[in-house]
Design a protein around this ligand. Structure first.
Ligand SMILES: [Zn+2]
Length: 269
């Protein structure tokens, strides 16, 4: 059985040997809801983070009066501001349509291309499984993004004969992804909680950059802070091994951590 761990950002960084992180999300604000505090903590400790958005969130917003044509550009700009605040210098935008994301081979090829270019130690993504306890985090695009990223991680990115044009035309060599860190997981899949004391306001500030998405920013802020407290309490309830360096009452972000390639993994089965 998996060991459940509740650790600090320093322990996550050294435990996984994190230098480069590549994060995938279906929509602007997904990474900020799921992992903004952890990303800010890792960036502050020197991790290089790239964010890839599959869509510009063109179906988002809440006002019927809004100029729909301007939505993608506005949301992409909001995400770039939020990312900058977290210490993420690069946001790559793919051109999937909001609400229509599927794990197609075209999308998987684009994801493999970016993985081979960035060669990350950790790939972050939304989870491919549906969380029944809160269906809002299991938007079909989040599931499709998770599925495409997981399929890209194994086997496509590490197989030189998958999408061979990436090698022959772009010189992108096969690469083995060490770790996947999945957000929006069904609660029973959580196995890693990152203590994010001191980064709560950074997370809220990043989410506030997505102005076009929050009719009630105060309610959003209360929800996010409560969710981080509930995650820390859930780690205790599930009996996670708590690092002595995790402060009492510190909020947490919860993940499903998967080792794709490590000691004990064997290609082919
Ligand atoms: Zn989303």
């Amino acid at each position: 059985m998996d060991t459940l761990r509740h650790l600090t950002p320093d322990e996550l960084l050294s435990g996984l040997g994190v230098r480069r992180v590549l994060a995938f999300a279906a929509h602007p604000d997904d990474l900020d809801f799921g992992a903004a505090a952890t990303m800010a903590a890792l960036a502050e400790r020197g991790a290089e983070i790239t964010l890839c958005l599959l869509t510009a969130g063109d179906a988002g917003g809440f006002s019927p009066d809004e100029d729909r044509e301007g939505v993608p550009a506005r949301r992409a700009a909001e995400q770039r501001e939020a990312a900058e605040l977290l210490g993420i210098p690069e946001v790559v935008l793919l051109d999937e349509r909001d609400g229509f994301v599927e794990p197609t081979h075209d999308l998987i090829r684009s994801i493999v291309r970016l993985m081979r270019r960035c060669r990350p130690d950790v790939v972050v993504s939304t989870h491919p499984e549906r969380a029944w306890e809160r269906l809002q985090k299991a938007h079909p695009d989040h599931l499709a993004c998770g599925e495409a990223v997981v399929r890209a991680c194994y086997p496509a990115v590490e197989n030189p004969f998958a999408y061979p044009e990436l090698l022959s035309e772009e010189g992108l060599e096969a690469y083995r992804v060490p770790h996947l860190l999945l957000m929006t997981a069904p609660q029973e899949r959580h196995n890693t909680w990152v203590s994010v004391a001191g980064y709560e306001s950074t997370k809220v500030d990043a989410l506030r950059r997505h102005l076009s998405q929050h009719p009630d920013p105060g309610q959003m802020e209360r929800f996010v802070l409560e969710q981080m407290r509930a995650s820390a309490a859930d780690a205790d309830r599930r009996g996670a091994q708590r690092s002595p360096h995790v402060p009492d009452d510190a909020p947490a972000e919860a993940f499903h951590l998967v080792t794709v390639n490590g000691q004990g993994t064997f290609a082919g089965f």
